[in-house]
Design a binder for this molecule. Sequence first.
Ligand code: HEM
Length: 150
Amino acid sequence: MTGWLGNAYLWVKAFHIIFVIFWMAGLFLLPRYLVHHQEALGTPEAVAWEKREGTLRRMILSPSMILVWLLGIALAANVGLFDGQPGLGWLHAKLLLVLALSGYHGWAVGYSKKLAKGQGNIAPRRLRMLNEIPALAAVLIVILAVVKPF
Ligand code: HEM
């Protein structure tokens, strides 16, 4: 399947990057909402944060993640990942990080649902530190995708 995208390759890559931007924007925002939501527990503001988190999830986070994955898998087939093409160490490492980032996405959505039930149990400082994970992941993933160091 190597090169199967033909002339569509650059379009698929462009939309891959566009939806990566949307997904990352959502992943930068949601954990910050969680900090505010947790601080607001027990006040009427908490309901407003619950609504904001739901909208962000439905409108941005879930659709973007699905599209990034679909377009990314199409690109992976195009560079020969499924044909045993050599020299794709960068892509294996990238996939591992992207899987971890998808797990983080799932955790953040799960914690948002927990807060909606009034059950936040992460220390505020720790929650703020967890906020930095998507930025760190983005730095490593973009270096792997662009520099392809191995
Ligand atoms: C969700 C699973 C993902 C898969 C399967 C995937 C796979 C790929 C593949 C195979 C390419 C094409 C490389 C080439 O043709 O040379 C690519 C390009 C790219 N990906 Fe992903 N990707 C995923 C997620 C992400 C994420 C989360 C980011 C950023 C945080 C990202 C950033 C990029 C960038 C910047 C490029 C363009 C690289 C270049 O052409 O120089 N990808 N991706």
